[in-house]
Design a binder for this molecule. Sequence first.
Ligand SMILES: Nc1ncnc2c1ncn2[C@@H]1O[C@H](COP(=O)(O)OP(=O)(O)OP(=O)(O)O)[C@@H](O)[C@H]1O
Ligand SMILES: O=P(O)(O)OC[C@H]1O[C@](O)(CO)[C@@H](O)[C@@H]1O
Ligand SMILES: [Mg+2]
Length: 582
Amino acid sequence: MCSFRCCMCNYFPSYEFELSFSISELCMGSLSYPSSFTQKICAESKQSQKTSNHIFDLRSSLSSVKAIPRNIGELRSSDKGVMAPEGKSEPKLVFGEAGYVLEDVPHFVDYIPSLPTYPNPLQDNPAYSVVKQYFVNEGDTVAQKIVVHKSSPRGTHFRRAGPRQRVYFESDEVHACIVTCGGLCPGLNTVIREIVCGLSHMYGVTKILGIEGGYKGFYARNTIPLTPKSVNDVHKRGGTILGTSRGGHNTSKIVDSIQDRGINQVYIIGGDGTQKGASVIFEEIRRRGLKVAVVGIPKTIDNDIAVIDKSFGFDTAVEEAQRAINAAHVEAESIENGIGVVKLMGRYSGFIAMHATLASRDVDCCLIPESPFYLEGKGGLFDFVEKRLKENGHMVLVVAEGAGQENIAESMRSMDLEDASGNKLLLDVGLWLSQKIKDHFSSKKKKMTINLKYIDPTYMIRAVPSNASDNVYCTLLAHSAIHGAMAGYTGFTVGPVNGRHAYIPFYRVTETQNKVVISDRMWARLLSSTNQPSFLCQNDLDGGAEKDLTASESEYLEGENCNGHYVQSASDDGVKSIQGEN
Ligand SMILES: Nc1ncnc2c1ncn2[C@@H]1O[C@H](COP(=O)(O)OP(=O)(O)OP(=O)(O)O)[C@@H](O)[C@H]1O
Ligand SMILES: O=P(O)(O)OC[C@H]1O[C@](O)(CO)[C@@H](O)[C@@H]1O
Ligand SMILES: [Mg+2]
């Protein structure tokens, strides 16, 4: 016998359901396929003249599932979770009323039946026991889209992050590890610190290992024991105390190492590549049937991770960029026809450059990868530089490192090199642009004296410690990650969606990258603040036909998004769903 509560309306049947289905149906099909188990339950509720269309969340009643007198030993190997034919687990979708969809994250019970649960030790923690309703309701979900119309479907939701009433680990059973991968980012040490302190102070965990040097550290480097004492002031330092790397993701060696060391919670901090790696590790762990939670904490200075509002360290980087822009401005305005050029990070997206420009107000022109630009001719960059110099006597130009890569490749031999993770190595747009501007103004035709200073603070803006607001954000991320792992969730990335922390399945944050949408209001704000040309209609300005946009150019023009970025939805119709707020 087992009882359920509807996760939409809290409907709680006054009778208990006879469990006429097998435990494998329960563990496999129910949450993923509403057409199977959920409908079965709804049919039961109809029979008893109760309201229909309830969505029953089995998690809330899994402790009672344990008590079902069916033998777990009956499980066949095919019962170990919902696996797609190629061995990859399928998305867990729960459908509700009015177009509600929950894109749920995996849970141990999906592939390990009959796990015991324990009361959450937080209920006895003096710091938390005073908090009214500290535990989140099992059915709480976070909407991906918050700007809606009367008739809009309710749309995609993610499971709300936070502590649960019951946990799937006893404190002394937990053996956690933390690894940092990819490039540096302000706040890495804060996240490490808060995972260690959170596990220790909230859940009484004592065994926490740091994996040195990124993914390859699992099988090729030493580990460091981490304690609240050893990480006490690491948040004051930039970088990562664990070290990081690119490349070296050997799934079976990594999972062997996890298994051999008896690790059962893996916290993986990194960008899109890292989250892809974490997803593969999760799949292998699930295939082996291990009770190991794999949790991703999204990190990237570029702020291009899909679904989440913002990545940690981004604010710090934008703030640090102000120092370089200020220096460029001081240099430029102190000399006749002074031009300050500042290169900022942003491999495929221009968020840092866009925000740093908007924050500064000293910038005359911002160039980003999403907005192609041209140098010569009417409406081109040279024209604009000359105009600004004539108007103001100086100018500041901010360029994201990924901008204008096609222009550079056209004028010099591109070598198409990649780093160890397969990311394209960029040509130095700052140097190239500075040289082009110098050449243009010193040409016989122009003969205009300019004084150009090129500042390249790219690594400086990501090597600093995180600022106060990023520190708070890192704490929330770490805590949400811990609560999720303790509650038995796995295979997820944690992050804020419209301000609420949520558990997001790996595939949603890795299937696409956020980009600045140049037809959006945020980019329009930048254009109106700098009063720079949009560089979109060279042919128009030259009196020719409208410029044919390439596929990638038109992608950046699609949709309206007030935060200036798009997220491609996983919906079948392929329509881009826009997240953001005014
Ligand atoms: N598709 C993938 N499958 C498995 N592992 C991957 C994949 N892509 C990247 N990785 C691994 O993830 C780690 C980090 O990847 P990458 O160097 O691309 O940085 P990132 O996490 O994207 O961070 P950032 O680019 O913001 O610095 C590397 O060790 C790399 O081998
Ligand atoms: O650390 P590396 O390998 O030099 O890579 C630099 C890249 O990493 C990032 O900081 C994050 O992806 C990018 O902005 C930059 O292009
Ligand atoms: Mg990356």
